[in-house]
Design a protein around this ligand. Structure first.
Ligand code: COA
Length: 703
């Protein structure tokens, strides 16, 4: 991505408005008016064949008549005229176009949108939109949109897929004093998308936190890549999280992989912090744009009221940064600034008698103490205190300490005076919120950011000894027979080619062969039907376990064949596999889907009811690091079972994490081939005893 080209779009030095209008109320009029009202200092060229002048600017019949350098053309003419206009812009040497006009891919006119982008690219132009509100930038005094005014000035920048919502956000955050430098509407993302804007904003000196409102990514993998590399915090609200494609999924994993779960995992991998709702997005943006990350969870709460202190304590636990009692030396010092009946533990309750001085002294001491890594200052408005005085005391105490690498968040509960004081704090770089739990949630976001950053630079795992040639031979054979569902034997051959331990298995086509193979593999054995027409073998009576001798093999062979025919008379039966009966182990499931947004994605969970009923599974977009594979083991609710509960020995988690890495490597390497796959069950033994993939399934992509 060429950042200079994006500079032309987002920080233009000259702008043409195509469809500029003298008619008040038209979008083409509003955009020109907004450029004036935001005191834009670049050149403005209204384009309209019917006007000589609009809002004091000389008007040109076409963009080619301007004959001066133009960075950005904002297009506000009806959809049917846009394509021709792109040619004119290209010929006029414009760097980028922002198409406000609606009526393209969102109403089914996909080809028209594609044509516009192709045309623009042929002239070296980039396209923002269509179907956008425009671009707003405080640092460039640039309101190139039909949103009413520039956002409240701040250090976050927000990118929104929804235009109307962006307008709402502009006004709503203004009222609350939550500041942004830029608001960017990206609409249909025909060309410039989330990944491009993240890259641009990461290099923008006026942006310290990147905030996203997402309905869906077009190229999720690139978003992960650029976000992982970003130097700034990214916080995102994802809407539209209903399950997708579940009904059509042929494998277990496919039916469990809902968009919400995969997005959540992808955000974590990308180092993107999630927001729960719009308010949470603003609150988290405020903290992340103004404060440093929280290095560990030693958070101290200072308050003048027990109630807000308890609310803060509850919220700290809820958001994953539970409070600890402050060390003795901290408590001793704090006691000097409170009455006998105060509390120096944590929350530090200065009591309702606390005035500016006590706040100043306790904040100044605490933030400077090595144990304290983050400070939340709470205050309930009292008649004896002036909220602005308290706010100033907090700010002065932080400044005087000289500490810049520990975050501070504030909540004042009170009326108008408290509101004003909180606005003042925000303007002076300290995030302030109306309720204690919001301040703690903001602090938790700063902790999440610190944790996420630590793992974002881990190298993805690759398995050097993978035998892709062998895997492709198996796949090509199935394709030559017009099969997309591989047999268990074929699937296991591929798993084995990628280093995963699978149970021994052989295909018999007669009773005699079955006996021979069972003896070779060693008793006890499992026998299973092999048929591309019978995917759910147990349901068809096609599985017999714990067969201990020749007689058992012969009986099972006959019965399985009978059951299979009864289940589906015309089933194409390849034979019956004889499989090593692996000893009992904890059953886990590994699986993969080819997510429409993120590509190969791996799922992990405990087998049996954990997956069937509880749907206790976790996802990661492959590839990922060995450390991230380890973290998958702790992400499921049933994690304590693997760690060993009720006298059970811990399972071989090291081997399991390693197998997850090998599996991820397989689905990335074969991403053009594998649509879905499962290793289910994988039997995991005691620590040091490894695991075995007992059954495997691979479904190929249709070609
Ligand atoms: N070059 C220059 N000016 C042109 C032109 C061209 N090729 N074609 C038309 N114009 C002029 C028109 O004459 C008109 O000027 P006038 O007021 O002086 O007559 C002006 O451009 C606008 O055209 P008009 O036909 O009046 O359209 P409109 O203003 O009613 O609607 C849009 C245009 C783009 C606003 C409308 O089509 C649209 O897409 N609206 C939705 C936008 C939106 O909501 N986007 C964000 C979604 S979240």
């Amino acid at each position: 991505m060429d950042i200079d080209t994006l500079n032309g779009l987002f920080k233009p030095k000259s702008v043409a408005v195509i469809g500029a209008s003298s008619t008040v109320g038209k979008i083409g009029h509003t955009v020109v008016l907004n450029l004036t009202e935001s005191k834009y200092e670049g050149n403005v060229y209204p384009i309209n064949p019917k006007a000589d002048e609009i809002l004091g600017f000389k008007c040109y019949p076409t963009i080619q008549d301007v004959k001066k350098p133009i960075d950005l053309a904002i297009i506000t003419i009806p959809a049917k005229f846009v394509s021709d206009t792109i040619d004119e812009c290209g010929k006029a040497g414009v760097k980028g176009v922002a198409i406000i006009t609606s009526g393209f891919a969102e109403v089914g006119l996909v080809d028209l949108e594609k044509e516009i982008v192709e045309k623009a690219h042929s002239y070296g132009m980039r396209v923002l939109g269509p179907n956008i509100v425009g671009i707003l930038s405080n640092s460039d005094k640039f309101n190139g949109s039909f949103a009413p005014f520039l956002p409240f000035n701040g250090k976050g920048s927000l990118v929104s897929q929804s235009g109307a919502l962006l307008i709402g956000i502009d006004a709503a955050t203004y009222m609350r004093g939550i500041g942004f430098d830029k608001l960017i509407s990206i609409g249909n993302m025909s060309d410039v998308n989330f990944a491009d804007t993240i890259e641009f904003l990461d290099n923008d000196p006026n942006t310290s936190c990147i905030s996203l409102y997402i309905e869906g990514f077009k190229d999720g993998r690139r978003v992960i890549d650029v976000s992982r590399k970003a130097k700034k915090p990214i916080v995102a609200l994802k809407s539209g999280v209903s399950a997708h494609g579940a009904a059509a999924a042929a494998s277990h994993t496919g039916s469990l992989a809902g968009a919400a779960k995969v997005y959540k995992s992808a955000f974590a991998q990308a180092g993107i912090i999630q927001a729960e709702d719009l308010d949470n997005l603003f609150d988290r943006t405020l903290a992340l744009s103004l404060q440093p990350p929280l290095k560990n969870d030693n958070v101290l709460i200072i308050t003048n009221g027990g109630g807000v202190g308890v609310l803060g304590t509850d919220a700290a636990e809820k958001y994953g940064i539970p409070l600890k009692f402050a060390p003795e030396d901290v408590q001793e010092e704090l006691k000097k600034h409170m009455p006998e009946f105060g509390s120096a533990k944590n929350p530090v309750d200065l009591t309702g008698m606390a005035g500016n001085e006590w706040y100043f002294e306790t904040v100044n001491f605490s933030i400077s103490h090595k144990w304290v890594q983050g400070l939340v200052v709470l205050y309930c408005e009292t008649a004896m205190t002036d909220p602005m005085g308290i706010a100033q005391a907090i700010k002065e105490a932080v400044v005087k300490s000289g500490i810049k690498d520990k975050p501070v968040a504030v909540s004042f509960v009170g009326g108008e005076r408290s509101e004003k004081a909180m606005h003042w704090l925000v303007e002076n770089g300290i995030p302030a919120y109306q309720a204690p739990d919001i301040a703690l949630n903001a602090m938790a976001a700063l902790r999440e950011y610190a944790i996420i950053r630590e793992s974002a630079n881990d190298e993805p795992f690759t398995y050097a000894k993978a035998d892709k040639k062998l895997a492709m031979e198996v796949i090509n054979k199935a394709r030559s027979e017009n099969r997309n569902a591989l047999t268990e034997i074929e699937a296991k051959e591929i798993f084995s080619a990628y280093g995963m331990p699978v149970t021994k298995v052989k295909l018999s086509t007669s009773e005699e062969e079955a006996v021979k193979f069972a003896e070779e593999i060693g008793f006890p054995v499992v026998m299973k039907i092999v048929s591309p027409d019978i995917l759910h073998k147990s349901d068809a009576g096609g599985v017999k376990v714990n067969i201990t001798d020749e007689k058992g093999v012969r009986e099972a062979y006959k019965e399985i064949m009978k059951n299979a025919k009864a289940y589906k008379a015309d089933a194409n039966i390849h034979g019956i596999v004889i499989q090593e009966m692996a000893p009992w182990g904890t059953e886990v499931i590994l699986g993969s889907v080819n997510d429409p947004t993120f590509g190969p994605t791996l799922m992990f969970g405990l087998g049996g009811i954990f997956v069937e009923v509880m749907k206790d599974v976790t996802f990661k977009v492959a590839p990922f690091s060995a450390k991230q594979a380890e973290s998958m083991l702790t992400e499921i609710k049933a994690a304590p079972i693997l760690a060993g509960t009720r006298g059970e020995k811990p399972r071989d988690r090291k081997m399991l994490a390693n197998t997850i890495c090998l599996y991820a490597n397989m689905i990335v390497d074969l991403k053009d081939e594998i649509s879905e796959s499962d290793a289910n069950p994988v039997l995991v033994y005691e620590e040091g005893s490894g695991l075995k993939v007992a059954d495997a399934r691979i479904i190929l992509k249709k070609k």
